[in-house]
Design a protein around this ligand. Structure first.
Ligand code: HEC
Ligand code: HEC
Ligand code: HEC
Ligand code: HEC
Ligand code: HEC
Ligand code: HEC
Ligand code: HEC
Length: 280
């Protein structure tokens, strides 16, 4: 067999890691092709990749999964992660087992319980490669993924098509529909919809985690001024010193009293049934 396998990739990596000279893996996206470049034992880089471990199990390759998970293997070609490849002399197809761990025991036991990693129960398998996402999930306001109440797979497609649910041209789900699966109240319909919502929930929220309550990307009016910033000096008009003009109204006192969405102002931030200024 001259095709290098994941086993070799794993071995060479663990050798690097053992010698403490793990130089990792550079992650890059070249055009549409996502590549995983193995840089060799040495110094620094982007992130560490050690495949998930299942004691006693070895890698068997994606083809072995097809016997029982035919449809998943067939569709996997279209998945973003299927294009992950390790370059170099240990080049290998990082297939199903890059997320699920080595599958030999699972295969030999005909799919026995506790023989394979399911990221729905254990997102650590994603964090091996996505370190920056792990950091976000350690922030105080985040989705309860580590608690097992929400899965990466609720918002991302691991097996098919765009990694982003609601991301592909052929996907009938819009990007906000991903969130509406669980957050119906923000869907509306509203008599007065806040146009910002059309740009996407992530213009204001970071679903992976934030230091701000409600997973907001900013904790005060800065969030709103991204879009509602208004020229303070209007030619031909004198505005009071220290004024903060938003929507042609001086908001200077308002913003000292709390956030734009608390304190009786724009509480119906996603949309209102009664008031164009987004009030209840
Ligand atoms: C001999 C048949 C067989 C083969 C080969 C096989 N599986 Fe499975 N697998 C099963 C069965 C049976 C189940 C449990 C029933 C179900 O959920 O479909 C299962 C379940 C799973 C689960 C869910 C486990 C859980 O705890 O929720 C994952 C993940 C999985 N398989 C991945 C793989 C991967 C990756 C491969 C290839 C390395 C593979 N399977 C090969 C039979 C197989
Ligand atoms: C990018 C990581 C990743 C890769 C690669 C991957 N999976 Fe999965 N797999 C997941 C996640 C995440 C879940 C849990 C989905 C959820 O939360 O609903 C999962 C769940 C499963 C399950 C449980 C049943 C189900 O559909 O939820 C099976 C079986 C499975 N995967 C098989 C495979 C096979 C076979 C391959 C290769 C063709 C593969 N996976 C490749 C991440 C991955
Ligand atoms: C073996 C390493 C590896 C594993 C394991 C892995 N990923 Fe990835 N993933 C990558 C690489 C490499 C890319 C493409 C480069 C990049 O954008 O970081 C990528 C891309 C993505 C993207 C798209 C990023 C973008 O900006 O387009 C998402 C979303 C994602 N992965 C989620 C997951 C989830 C969820 C899991 C676990 C179920 C997972 N990944 C497991 C390596 C991995
Ligand atoms: C509640 C939904 C949700 C969950 C749960 C979720 N993500 Fe995401 N993720 C998103 C959205 C939405 C984006 C796109 C962000 C944007 O539009 O800027 C994204 C983007 C990403 C990206 C691209 C890089 C980036 O920071 O934008 C990666 C990688 C990723 N997610 C990995 C993961 C992993 C790994 C998990 C599980 C540990 C996870 N996500 C759980 C919604 C989610
Ligand atoms: C699978 C269900 C699910 C999906 C999909 C989902 N969420 Fe959530 N969301 C939750 C759960 C569960 C909580 C935590 C609620 C709690 O702790 O009481 C939460 C909490 C939140 C919160 C904080 C709410 C608060 O009261 O502090 C925000 C904001 C949020 N989600 C936004 C989003 C966005 C944006 C998306 C789409 C990118 C999304 N959610 C997708 C289930 C989901
Ligand atoms: C213009 C910025 C903005 C956009 C866009 C936005 N949100 Fe929010 N969201 C907020 C603010 C501000 C709060 C805090 C409201 C409060 O604490 O009273 C919030 C609160 C929430 C909450 C907590 C419950 C609540 O209503 O107070 C959830 C859940 C939520 N948003 C989900 C979503 C979803 C889903 C989307 C996309 C459909 C979305 N948000 C789009 C600004 C935004
Ligand atoms: C992504 C850009 C964006 C962000 C961020 C944003 N908005 Fe908006 N908002 C708009 C657009 C576009 C409109 C509709 C056009 C207009 O009235 O300026 C609008 C309209 C409004 C209106 C109705 C104005 C009227 O009189 O009809 C209010 C009130 C409002 N936004 C408050 C807020 C608050 C409070 C925040 C911060 C939580 C915020 N917006 C964040 C884009 C945004």
């Amino acid at each position: 067999m001259n095709k290098p396998t994941l086993i070799q990739l794993a071995c060479s990596l663990s050798r690097c890691l053992r010698t403490g000279r793990a130089k990792l893996i550079g992650l890059s996206a070249a055009g549409a092709a996502l590549t995983l470049a193995l840089i060799s034992c040495g110094t620094l880089t982007h992130s560490i990749v050690a495949p998930p471990n299942i004691p006693g199990a070895t890698f068997v390759g994606t083809k072995a999964c097809a016997d029982c998970h035919e449809e998943l293997v067939r569709d996997f070609k279209t998945a973003g992660h299927s294009r992950l490849m390790a370059n170099g002399k240990n080049a290998a197809n990082a297939g199903c087992e890059s997320c699920h761990g080595p599958g030999s025991l699972h295969v030999s036991s005909g799919g026995g319980a506790k023989t394979i990693i399911n990221p729905r129960k254990d997102p650590q398998t994603c964090f091996q490669c996505h370190l920056e996402i792990r950091a976000k999930f350690s922030l105080p306001y985040r989705h309860p993924v580590l608690e097992g109440r929400v899965s990466c797979g609720d918002c991302h497609n691991p097996h098919k098509g765009s990694v982003f649910k609601g991301g592909g041209a052929t996907n009938i789900m819009g990007k906000n529909d991903v969130c509406f699966q669980c957050h119906q109240a923000q869907r509306g319909p509203f008599v007065f919809q806040h146009e910002a919502v059309r740009e996407g929930c992530t213009t204001c929220h970071d679903p992976h985690g934030s230091v701000n309550q409600r997973q907001l990307i900013a904790r005060n009016q800065i969030l709103c001024l991204k879009c509602h910033f208004q020229q303070q000096q209007v030619p031909g008009r004198v505005s009071a010193p220290g004024s903060l003009m938003i929507g042609d109204n001086n908001h200077a006192t308002n913003v000292s009293q709390g956030t734009c969405w608390s304190g009786g102002c724009h509480e119906a931030i996603h949309g209102s049934q009664v008031n164009s200024h987004l009030r209840y």
